[in-house]
Structure formats: structure tokens, C-alpha cells
Design a protein around this ligand. Structure first.
Ligand code: 9MR
Length: 385
């Protein structure tokens, strides 16, 4: 259902009054309690709702080993329209011996995703962790050549299937330096990142090529270091299309989370939330909603990926940081995320109050529903103008 053309509709208090009189008429006419529930156009799954918001995706990190778990797969297929292989596309998985590639586990995820019409985020071509033992023992031009060959081979193999590749993962240092992290890859020369992007671009020109990192969830020294690299890449024509913000979050979120996404978008790259999870606590549902609203507010934010499906699937053992509990039930964080995607209240139980003179959300669409039948009677937008 699409909202009516707002500009064609009466504005301001007239419309609100008309709405309220229709509301009471409806109550009288149908003789049952009627209620306004925000918002109209409310898709009932994360993926469908994100798709309605400018063709965005809502994805999950998936483990090939869990694809035989029907609870897991049912949630995946119902809720998500994008996947990231949690480990199966990493260097140690795809090239366990030098020059010998193995895509068996990755393909279980890829084939599942393609069969469901889901997008695929490729994660990750180069990273200082999860390198195969043989690469850990290399250095200098031997390592550089092996790394670039790895990028070329893997990106070529999956050409045409990957929406966005994390070409380089976590190459910047934590702390205040704003500089690169020391690693065997970094020691091959500072240009290793741009060499990887050029190789990935040559291998799969259709995929979006991302730089991905954590602790970049606000304007800080690390995110500014990355910002400066992206600005330099854009100025010199290095093919970079997007920046991934992992967003492994604790009990609070930086007030400039959205502004940080926006400053990268303003450089001419897309932004994506790539590994979202939030420690369980009183703020979990709000933080999920805040991240979701931030992505929706930045037109170049393509989508959000959560780093797992159920709490029991998470790498953050004991922190219960995901949207579904261990039994696969939706948590309050799920509801707040879906409501944020749908543009309405972020409360787990929406309680819009247009009849009480409370604040009017001019960005929301409201639906008048028959509470008994659950049927939608009409769609309204409110305006204070
Ligand atoms: O969730 C992944 C976990 O299963 C692996 O053991 C771990 C290996 O380092 O990587 C985890 O995923 C990481 C991702 O690839 C990059 N960003 C941080 C993620 C959490 O550690």
C-alpha cells in the first residue's frame, strides 16, 4: 500500500480536524473501538520494510553450519533480504592453501541467498585476522602478490553475485592516532589498500567496493582517519564505492552517529551498517531504533546488517545483542527496529496520541484500523502546517 500524495491533500488543522471527525464517525458507524496505530504502510518484516524505504536492505550475518536449523532458516527467509557470510568468505576459508581455493561453505550461503532473492555482502577480501597460516608466514612483495591474487581470484569467482564487497577490513588503529594498524599487510606498503580496491574493481566492476571497520560509530580519530583516506581515494580516482560501519555497540550510542554517516556520504560514497549488534540492557531497543533512523535519514545509506540472527548465534556470548532470543522469538529490539523502519513510533508498543493534542509526527503515516477485525480502514498523514 502506498501513501496518498501528500501535496494533494488538505493541509494543517483542517486535515487534522477532518481526520478526527472521520475517526469518531468511524467509531460510531462501525460500533466497535477503533484506534490509530502508527504507521500506515507498515510492512511486517525487516527486509520488506527496508525495501520500501528507498530499496534498502536489512540483512543478517549467516553461518553455513546453521542452515540446517529450521528455526534459524525460517527467520532468515522471513525477515531478511540480504546476507553476509559470517566467516565463510574470509581468506582462511577460501584459500586454505596457496593457490588452492575452496568455496564449498561460502556457496552454501550464496546459493541459499540467491534462491531467496536476497542480496549478498561479501566479507572480507583482506583482513589482518583469519588469514591462512601460509599467508601469515609471508612478507614483502611475496605477501603483497599473494594478497592481490587472492582479491582477484575470489572477486572473479563470485563476479555478478555480490552486491557489496568488504575489500579491506579493519585496517585502521584504535586509539587517538587516526593512522593505520600495524599488520603484515600494512608492512607491505601503505598503498596495499588502494591496490586491493583496484584489483577488486578489475575483477568485479559491478560490485560496490567497501572499506569496513569498527569503533567508527561517531566522529572520532579513527573514523576521521578513514574519512581522510576515502577523501584521498576519491580525489585520486581509487575505486571505492562505500564505507561499512560495523556498529558493535554497547549501552550507548554517540550523538553524532548520523552526522558521521552523513559526512562520509558527502564525500560521494555510499554508507552501510554492516555488523550491527547492541549489548542487551535497558537501552538496547532504543539504540537499534536510533541506528535504523540514522540510516534512513542518510539517503546514501543502503542498508543495515545485524551480526547474527538469534542471541544464541552471536559471537558476543552472554551479551544477548541481537533481535531474536535463543528460541527465535522477537525481542523488544526487533519491534523498535521494525517500527523505526516503518517510520513510526520507536516504542515497542506504539502509542500515537494525535487525539490528545500530543506531538504530531509529520513524517509518519497513520492507519485507522478496526481493532476487532484488524482491518485497515484508511490511511492518514498529519501536518502541523
Ligand atoms: O563473528 C565472527 C566470529 O565467528 C569469528 O570467530 C571472528 C574471527 O575473528 O570473526 C567474527 O566476525 C568479525 C567480523 O568478521 C569482522 N568484524 C568483527 C566481527 C566480530 O569479531
Amino acid at each position: 500500500m502506498h501513501p496518498p500524495n501528500r501535496s494533494a491533500r488538505p493541509s494543517g488543522r483542517t486535515r487534522l480536524r477532518r481526520f478526527l471527525s472521520i475517526l469518531s464517525a468511524a467509531v460510531v458507524a462501525i460500533g466497535v473501538s477503533a484506534a490509530i496505530s502508527a504507521p500506515a504502510d507498515a510492512a511486517s518484516t525487516l527486509g520488506a520494510s527496508a525495501a520500501e524505504r528507498g530499496g534498502r536492505y536489512f540483512g543478517a550475518a549467516v553461518a553455513a553450519g546453521r542452515l540446517g536449523d529450521s528455526t534459524y532458516v525460517n527467520i532468515l527467509n522471513r525477515e531478511f533480504n540480504s546476507v553476509t557470510a559470517e566467516n565463510e568468505m574470509k581468506w582462511s576459508s577460501t584459500e586454505p592453501q596457496r593457490g588452492s581455493f575452496n568455496y564449498t561453505s561460502a556457496n552454501r550461503i550464496v546459493n541459499h541467498a540467491l534462491g531467496q532473492g536476497m542480496k549478498i555482502r561479501g566479507h572480507a577480501l583482506l583482513w589482518h585476522q583469519q588469514q591462512p597460516g601460509w599467508a601469515q608466514g609471508l612478507s614483502g612483495s611475496d605477501l603483497r602478490n599473494a594478497a592481490i591474487n587472492h582479491v582477484t581470484q575470489v572477486a572473479t569467482y563470485f563476479r555478478g553475485k555480490i552486491d557489496s564487497w568488504d575489500v579491506v577490513n579493519e585496517a585502521f588503529a584504535d586509539g587517538g592516532s587516526g593512522g593505520r594498524r600495524d599488520s603484515n599487510l600494512q608492512r607491505t606498503g601503505n598503498d596495499w589498500i588502494e591496490a586491493a580496491f583496484r584489483a577488486a574493481d578489475a575483477a568485479d566492476p559491478g560490485a560496490k567496493l567497501c572499506y569496513n571497520d569498527y569503533n567508527t560509530d561517531g566522529i572520532n580519530a579513527k573514523s576521521t582517519g578513514i574519512y581522510n583516506m576515502v577523501r584521498d581515494f576519491k580525489a585520486r580516482g581509487v575505486p571505492i564505492d562505500c564505507v561499512g560501519f560495523q556498529s558493535h555497540l554497547g549501552g550507548s550510542i554517540s550523538g553524532d552517529y548520523q552526522a558521521n554517516l552523513q559526512r562520509f556520504a558527502d564525500l560521494g560514497v555510499d554508507v552501510q551498517i554492516t555488523e550491527l549488534d547492541v549489548a542487551q540492557g535497558s537501552n538496547q531497543a532504543n539504540i537499534y531504533a536510533t541506528v535504523t533512523r540514522a540510516c534512513l535519514a542518510v539517503s546514501r545509506c543502503n542498508g543495515i546488517t545485524v551480526w547474527g540472527i538469534r542471541d544464541s548465534d552471536s559471537w558476543r556470548t552472554g551479551e544477548n545483542p541481537l533481535l531474536f532470543d535463543a528460541s527465535g522469538n522477537k525481542k523488544a529490539a526487533y519491534t523498535s527496529t521494525l517500527n523505526a523502519l516503518n517510520g513510526g513510533s520507536t516504542n515497542p508498543t506504539p502509542t500515537p496520541t494525535p487525539t490528545s493534542g500530543g506531538p504530531i509526527d509529520t513524517n509518519a503515516w497513520y492507519v485507522l484500523v478496526n481493532r476487532t477485525s484488524g482491518k485497515a480502514l484508511d490511511v492518514y498523514g498529519l501536518s502541523t502546517a
